[in-house]
Structures are given as structure tokens and as C-alpha cells.
Design a binder for this molecule. Structure first.
Ligand SMILES: Nc1ncnc2c1ncn2[C@@H]1O[C@H](COP(=O)(O)OP(=O)(O)O)[C@@H](O)[C@H]1O
Ligand SMILES: [Mg+2]
Ligand SMILES: [Zn+2]
Length: 304
């Protein structure tokens, strides 16, 4: 089988004006002719596909954020728009280091307990942690091409306020949700972020639910990040010794000493500035697991 190509002298590509190329193939004394696709068309098709995958990846990441329990406000709370003051510095660095270690799969089950007054920046830090982890979830081209078609890549993170969580459990007695399933979600999350623990009205009922969650995580050595307004003594009073002691042994404690950062009459979200990174020293994904052969690194992909 012989083949050769010839540029047409008269026909031009309507898009780029280059001559159309014909390929002639001789096979068993028969000659076959076909026009080749202009390289500009091939290139455009590749670009369109890349763009579709890029957009699909954003859609999938949004689905992962929802699955992780992140609200619209929480999604905007990042390390890169957190300007730690003196009283926040230590907790900020600890949470950022925690995020890095978690993403690099170096977490040994130790969590964090962030203590601080109202408006001292605890929820922002907890949300920034969840966001950073979600940002590093690798999404393959295959999973991004048609969002929702294949499995949803998971972050393993579940972020919830303690009050809404207990409210959701209570409501499950009279709606179609199942209390067991809600508890399992909290017990089994690879990382549970429990915001504002102790803000709930203490009762035997709430203590039992919280004990079930904390005890399961303690036994399975699963990390839990907790924020609270209460100091240890108050926490002990509210949650009881059993829960408090487990939290104390599972979590490293950081106290934020700052005054409230909450502005009055300002319901806008913080801007996610592009001029800063979430990490001074970005996490490196464990390569073999994260990157099927031929795929770009998560860092390259995040920058697309
Ligand atoms: N260091 C900071 N840089 C930027 N915004 C901050 C900082 N600390 C707190 N904030 C903002 O102040 C508000 C209150 O913080 P938040 O995390 O909700 O406090 P807490 O959960 O401790 O009550 C939020 O809008 C948060 O984004
Ligand atoms: Mg809060
Ligand atoms: Zn062309």
C-alpha cells in the first residue's frame, strides 16, 4: 500500500487559508483520495475539548464542595484572604500545616481544637481548611468530561456546624432523613470539621449524639477539627467528661486571643484575592496515587 500527499493548488481552508492537503492511497491497483483535516481544525477541536474539561472540572469541584457541606460563605473563606493578626497567627499556621499534612496523607488521626471568642476567626480558618483539601482533590479528565456521568471524586471532608447538625438530627425524626445516616456521615468522614461545638443547648440527648460521633472517631483514629467559643472548663460542663476527655486526647489545642473581626452591617463575602497563595510551601500530592499515567499534576491543573 502506497500513499502520498499533495497540496491542492486551488482549494484553501476556509478558516486559515492554507491549501487543503489531499492524500492519495493506492491499494490493489485502485487509487483512493481523501482530503486531510486542516491542522487548524485539529487544533481547535483539541482546544474545545480542553476547555470543556476545564469547565467540567470546575463543575465537579463545586459538587465536591457541596458534598463537603460548604456553604457559599464558607467557600469564600480561604487561607489566602485570611490576614492573621497577632492573636490568630499561631492557630493560622497550625491549621495551614494541618491542611498540608492532610493533603499529603501524612495525618495520623490527630485533629485540632480551636478555641476563641465570637468573631475571632475560627469558622473562617475551619472553612479554609476544608476548601484547601477540596481544591487538591484530583479530578481526572474522564470524571470532568461529563460532570455527574462517572463517580464523584470525594474529598472525604465533612464540614458542619454543631448546632445545624443536631438540628438536622432532631428534624430527621419527622422528615424523610434517617438519624443513623446522619450519624454515620459524621462518624465515618475521613475528616470531620465540627464548627462551634458547645453553642448547642446542652442536654442528655445532645451529649449522647456527640458522644457517639466523637467516640467512633476516637476508636478509628480519624481526625476531627473542632472550633468552639467555650474554654476547656466550659466545654467540660457542656459536653461532659467522656466527650471532653476524648476531644482533649484526639486534638491539639490552639487558643485565638483576638477580638472580634466581624464588621457590623456587612454581609458581603470576603474577596478571594488572586495575588496570594493558600500555602507558602504548597503540599505535594502523593504521586502514584494521584496521577494516572499521562495526566498533568494537580498543580498544573489548578493553574489552568
Ligand atoms: N484574619 C482575618 N482576615 C480576614 N478576615 C477575617 C479574619 N479573621 C476573621 N475574619 C472575618 O471576620 C468574620 C468573623 O470571623 P469568623 O471566622 O466567623 O469568627 P468566629 O467563627 O470565631 O466567630 C468573618 O467574616 C471572617 O471572614
Ligand atoms: Mg464561627
Ligand atoms: Zn485551516
Amino acid at each position: 500500500m502506497d500513499s502520498y500527499t499533495v497540496e491542492s493548488e486551488t482549494e484553501k481552508c476556509p478558516d486559515c487559508g492554507k491549501p487543503i492537503v489531499y492524500e492519495y492511497t493506492v491499494h490493489m491497483d485502485q487509487e483512493y483520495t481523501a482530503s486531510l483535516e486542516c491542522p487548524c481544525v485539529t487544533e481547535r477541536r483539541q482546544k474545545d475539548r480542553d476547555e470543556q474539561i476545564r469547565r467540567g472540572r470546575e463543575v465537579v469541584r463545586e459538587m465536591i464542595r457541596q458534598e463537603a457541606g460548604l456553604s457559599k460563605r464558607a467557600v469564600s473563606q480561604r487561607f489566602r484572604n485570611y490576614r492573621p493578626d497577632e492573636g490568630q497567627k499561631q492557630a493560622f499556621e497550625a491549621v495551614r500545616q494541618f491542611a498540608k499534612g492532610y493533603i499529603e496523607q501524612r495525618n495520623d488521626g490527630t485533629g485540632l481544637l480551636l478555641i476563641g471568642g465570637v468573631g475571632s476567626g475560627k469558622t473562617h480558618l475551619a472553612a479554609a481548611l476544608a476548601n484547601a483539601i477540596v481544591d487538591y482533590v484530583p479530578i481526572s479528565d474522564y470524571d470532568a468530561e461529563i460532570p455527574g456521568f462517572s463517580r464523584l471524586p470525594r474529598s472525604g471532608v465533612y464540614f458542619t456546624g454543631a448546632v445545624p447538625l443536631l438540628e438536622r438530627i432532631r428534624a430527621s425524626y419527622s422528615n424523610e432523613e434517617d438519624e443513623r445516616e446522619i450519624l454515620e456521615q459524621c462518624k465515618e468522614a475521613e475528616l470531620l470539621i465540627l464548627d462551634d461545638l458547645g453553642a448547642e443547648k446542652p442536654s442528655e440527648w445532645t451529649r449522647e449524639r456527640l458522644f457517639e460521633i466523637i467516640d467512633a472517631r476516637y476508636n478509628e483514629c480519624l481526625p476531627t477539627v473542632i472550633t468552639t467559643n467555650a474554654d476547656i472548663r466550659e466545654l467540660r460542663q457542656k459536653l461532659g467528661d467522656r466527650v471532653c476527655d476524648r476531644i482533649r486526647s484526639m486534638c491539639k489545642t490552639y487558643t485565638i486571643t483576638s477580638k472580634s473581626h466581624r464588621k457590623t452591617a456587612d454581609n458581603t463575602q470576603p474577596e478571594v484575592t488572586a495575588d496570594r497563595e493558600d500555602f507558602d510551601d504548597p503540599p505535594v500530592l502523593p504521586v502514584e496515587e494521584a496521577l494516572p499515567a499521562g495526566q498533568k499534576s494537580i498543580y498544573e491543573r489548578m493553574r489552568e
